[in-house]
Design a protein around this ligand. Structure first.
Ligand code: PAF
Length: 284
């Protein structure tokens, strides 16, 4: 695997690959790779001739009081894991090249960015859209692979691709979980052993919601109530949202239609660590 640090060098390589008729898959990451990321790289490996994993902890998607500076980083290990799991290139640009002093462009996608994560992290999706557009400009992919764990992010990126006529296929891969059901996340590193043990309660709450929907219940408040029932009794957890919504646009009808795919979304603090998770219930 070849590590590229310069955007211009990445573009020369991507252009040359395109000229040779090779398909390119991009797997954007912020590093500290875990099995979730590796499943994306492995899928990209199957689908395209060349796999480019990107590694950039993007400052513009973190709010001023968020964890940008302490976000876990391990460049050596990321190189090893990305290479072993099928990446041909690791594109790891420098912050000053991605955002030089004269940088003056923003991307704002309205609608789907304004609820759930967007309501609690107002600048987050502007930063995500901006960096993903830039990474696509550098890697020129045919397909890009993201994890369902950041469900709302995948809707935002699909919206951007569509609205900005970017000819890229967006693939969303299932969340990889620990044995107890906790979604794999780089931020799990912040949890101590006791917290790691009980963090699975978030997914268990989501599964209660799934059960209710599968039993035929479509009343949104009833679904939301059952998901939060156990978690809200435990003082170690602080729920930001634990709610059901229509999966395609995150709208909140009083009653879901039988034909609606429903997404169950969670953002919960366990101690000082903010964890997100979701469960997608497809209409049968
Ligand atoms: O999902 C992530 O890790 C990040 O939001 C992404 C897509 C790499 C953009 O920084």
């Amino acid at each position: 695997m070849i590590v590229i640090n310069k955007a211009s060098e990445m573009q020369v390589i991507a252009k040359s690959l395109q000229k040779q008729g090779k398909t390119i898959a991009c797997v954007p990451t912020m590093g500290f790779l875990h099995e979730g990321h590796l499943s994306l790289i492995a899928y990209a490996r199957e689908k395209a001739d060349v796999v480019i994993t990107t590694l950039f902890v993007n400052p513009t998607q973190f709010g001023p009081s968020e964890d940008f500076s302490k976000y876990p980083r391990d460049f050596e290990n990321d190189c090893k894991l990305a290479g072993e799991n099928g990446a041909d290139y690791l594109f790891a640009p420098q912050e000053k090249e991605m955002y030089p002093a004269e940088f003056n462009t923003n991307i704002h996608i309205s609608g789907v960015t304004e609820v759930f994560e967007g309501a609690f992290r107002p600048i987050h999706f502007d930063g995500v859209a901006l960096i993903v557009a830039k990474l696509f400009g550098c890697t020129m992919p045919d397909i890009a692979v993201f994890g369902q764990k950041d469900y709302q992010q995948t809707l935002v990126i699909k919206r951007m691709i569509h609205d900005l006529n970017m000819p890229i296929e967006i693939i969303v891969m299932p969340t990889v979980r620990m044995e107890n059901g906790l979604a794999k996340s780089s931020r799990n590193k912040y949890l101590d052993e006791k917290q790691l043990d009980k963090a699975d309660m978030i997914h268990k709450g989501l599964l209660e919601g799934r059960k209710l929907i599968e039993s035929g219940i479509r009343d949104r408040q009833e679904i939301d109530y059952i998901m939060a029932k156990e978690l809200s009794k435990d003082m170690d957890f602080r729920i930001q949202y634990l709610q059901s919504a229509k999966a395609d646009d995150l709208s909140l009808p009083d009653n879901f239609d039988k034909k609606d795919d429903i997404i169950l979304l969670a953002a919960v603090y366990l101690g000082n660590t903010r964890l997100i998770d979701n469960e997608l219930v497809i209409a049968r």
